[in-house]
Design a protein around this ligand. Sequence first.
Ligand code: AMP
Ligand code: MG
Length: 494
Amino acid sequence: MTAFDFDNRYLALGERFFAQTPPTPVKAPELIIFNAALAAELGIPGDDVAALTAVFSGNQVPPGAAPLAMAYAGHQFGHFVPQLGDGRALLLGEVVANDGTRRDIHLKGSGRTAFSRNGDGRSALGPVLREYLVSEAMHKLGVPSTRALVAVATGEPVARERLLPGGVITRVASSFVRVGTFQYFSAREDLAAIQALADYMLEKSYPQLRAADNPYLALLRGAVERQAALIAQWMRIGFIHGVMNTDNMAISGETIDYGPCAFMDTYHPDQVFSSIDRNGRYAYSNQPPIGLWNLSRFAETLLPLLDEHPESAVKAAYEILETYAPRYEGHWLTAMRAKCGLTACPGADKDTDKTLIDDLLALMADNQADFTLTFHQLSQLADQPSVRDQPLRELFDRPEQTDGWLGRWRRRLLLEPGSQAERQRAMQAVNPVYIPRNHQIEAAIRAAEDDGDYSVFHALNEVLQTPFTRQPGKDKYLQAPKPEEIVEQTFCGT
Ligand code: AMP
Ligand code: MG
């Protein structure tokens, strides 16, 4: 039996917060991948494959686990739904790692729960593989995210538009509490529950804030800061979440709920991949304002805790929400400057640098330049003489349009301290060579679903472990899709 050190604090919140349900066993589980490095951090032994397969397919509940479906509500595409909840997921329990850190272990695709409504509680294999690849890539790219611990094939079909093989993914996060979890209790005017949940989140994800004069104001400020930082991280790598509903935003500031998410190939600020996002609510450039919209919904749930006088509570919340935009802008500028080899050195001007970056992005959009390759090639140049510009120029429909910008960039680099080699190393450390490109994910899913062949998935996952390092023989993973390979739309697969 796989040994875990469980200490399930969510259970102590009480019955209003969840519905206890065991996972539904599956017919013929097969372990696809086990994240041994993450398991080691968590103190989960990985030597007994049969035991791991049994536990992470949901066929066996390990001792000390207390599987439960978490209750939550949420705004879906702007419309409030008072009850959603884990319809196909379960919190298996909270583990205490060897070093004392605690993490929640969540199964997704593990069967029906009290919140399943008409759903089957299952997940198709494709979305499981997609989430595994993308969430682990995000972590390796330096972006706070749920982690992927295990993916299993269930050996059972799930009925979607057609029959597809089923899968279960095990995700790990500091917490799976969402904006929608707070909204669930706010909609029921259950102030005691909101306070208990806020205390729980302070203890779990913001322990340093518990000593604040008003810990609930501090919690809101903390969530605003982490979300502003998180979305700036998404923007710097061209990540589009796809379903930023309030039930898919974690209070802890980790990226959660990978559905129709995707990385952009060609840069365009209006880019949307999700088939259900018909109005572009969650388009690339709308992500920062949507972050604020979601945080405003979170703030509303906290109002009764912020101040006994409603007007003062609103004012206090408003003052904190107003810091979101400047916080986001600050994180974005720092990240984008770094991508261009720029720092806030003496003589650097924020507004001038922002204009320089915005102008590059505008050129990229006008010229259908690949987002990741543009910055990768820029880091190859650092401030080399212009004879080396050709690989970058070729990414643009009208290469000559880059020359003026490169001239301005090189003049700006003159202000930077540090050697050319140092600058190049710094740029290469923030501009990935490899991202989980849609067409590569699609190829991995096709091979797994159509032929039961996981080698394409494993090869892609391997390359994404070190996304900032050029790997010999792996150039196909850095290339943009050929026209016939371009993936225009992604699906949640629910
Ligand atoms: P998502 O779009 O994955 O964030 O899910 C939105 C809501 O639908 C959540 O309450 C999910 O638990 C629920 N849901 C999604 N897929 C299923 C399914 N196959 N069976 C039951 N509930 C589901
Ligand atoms: Mg969700």
